[in-house]
Design a binder for this molecule. Structure first.
Ligand code: SAH
Ligand code: SF4
Length: 356
């Protein structure tokens, strides 16, 4: 089988092609000129193009299904070379910014939510991906391919930088090596040029891996899927909490290097009658005191076969107001793409049901 060229860092590619400046050109063709074949890479010698085509593939994923939501977000189901499937989501956000002269300008800012594994070992009670079990890690190039593909088919300018969140299917810190490699490939200035500061790695709280990632100091941002404020509740939602409890996560986060202007993001999935009380909000404020934190509240998104329920808007708003009024920065994640089987794993599951 051909190798995936998107798996290669520029350093690795430099070792493959001579002279090494060819690696810069190849990177630019792939990531900035969106070349669809090696044949298109016109400033490379013909024999090099033929050699590359012989050895490598440029497209390790193919589109199976695309869904668009009313709010503009799009969800993609991709097939990998071994026919396993993964999901990727494009989230456009309209932004109002001030230009250099202080005038208001509107433009779209894109966030792309990538998968890092096929399935997931963590098995959270509320998550469809977790229910389907673990199949395999994605290679760095399979992670990179998701962003490249989305930029290409949505005609997003090569210069237009996007944000990346590792919040699709899988536990990124359980595939640390490939995720860290992907962060580096994304950041290459001859490539997509997405700074690590625009990349957020979300974890269910593998404390030792958080410490390890922190020590690597790659500059990526950290998000913790906290979802509960006491071990008793959390263990019911996330069995991983038996191995790594809330205290171990908070201790690990305290070792994580954070950019002066940045914060650690704590995701809190609100489930009706489980963790939506003001009492919980109070404890959350206490738990995160002393950490440069920002909380992102997420509505639980109900799916077939789930015992949990979506919280009321009133309770979520009250929860958010409590945090904000007690000095804990908090936003509510607008349930983007609710009408397109929003949360991770749901498109894949629906397609399975449709085919069954
Ligand atoms: N495994 C990592 C990476 C993201 S998991 C982690 O858990 O942090 C995918 C994201 O989808 C998580 O933020 C999770 O909280 C969210 N999610 C999973 N099931 C959901 C559901 N039913 N409703 C809303 N969000 C859900
Ligand atoms: Fe895995 Fe994240 Fe889903 Fe939990 S929420 S099962 S860690 S993908």
């Amino acid at each position: 089988m051909k190798q995936n060229i998107l798996d290669l860092t520029k350093k690795e590619l430099e070792n493959e092609v001579k002279p090494s400046f060819r690696a810069n050109q190849i990177y630019q063709w792939i990531y900035q000129k969106y070349a669809n074949s090696f044949e298109d890479m016109l400033n490379l010698p013909k024999n090099l193009r033929a050699e590359l085509a012989e050895k490598y593939t440029l497209s390790p994923i193919s589109l199976v299904k695309e869904e668009q939501s009313k709010d503009g977000s799009k969800k993609y189901l991709f097939a990998l070379k071994d026919n396993l499937t993964i999901e990727t989501v494009l989230l456009p956000m309209k932004l109002e910014e001030l230009d250099e002269e202080g005038k208001r300008v509107h433009h779209a800012r894109y966030t792309i939510c990538v998968s890092s594994q096929v399935g997931c070992k963590i098995g959270c009670a509320f998550c469809l991906t977790g229910k389907s079990g673990f199949v395999r890690n994605l290679g760095a190039g399979e992670i990179v391919a998701q962003v490249l593909f989305l930029k290409k088919i949505n005609n997003i300018d090569a210069q237009r930088r996007v944000n990346i969140v590792y919040m699709g299917m899988g536990e990124p810190l359980d595939n640390l090596q490939n995720v860290v490699k992907a962060v580096g490939i994304f950041a290459d200035i001859d490539g997509l040029s997405i700074s690590p500061r625009r990349q957020t790695i979300s974890t269910s709280g593998l404390s030792p891996q958080i410490v390890k990632l922190g020590k690597m100091d790659i500059g990526a941002l950290l998000a913790i899927s906290l979802h509960a404020i006491d071990d008793e509740t959390r263990v019911k939602l996330m069995p991983i909490n038996k191995a790594y409890n809330i205290k171990s996560i908070i201790d690990a986060v305290k070792t994580f290097p954070i950019d002066m202007r940045k914060r650690v993001l704590f995701e809190y999935l609100i489930i009706k009658d489980i963790n939506d009380s003001i009492q919980s909000a109070k404890k959350l404020v206490k738990l995160l005191s002393g950490i440069k934190a920002k909380v992102n509240l997420i509505y639980f998104n109900s799916h077939v076969g789930s015992d949990f329920q979506r919280p009321s808007e009133r309770d979520v708003t009250a929860f958010a107001d409590f945090l904000n009024s007690h000095g804990l920065l908090c936003t509510i994640r607008q349930s983007k793409g609710l009408d397109i089987s929003a949360a991770c794993g749901q498109l894949k599951q629906r397609l399975k049901n449709e085919l069954a």
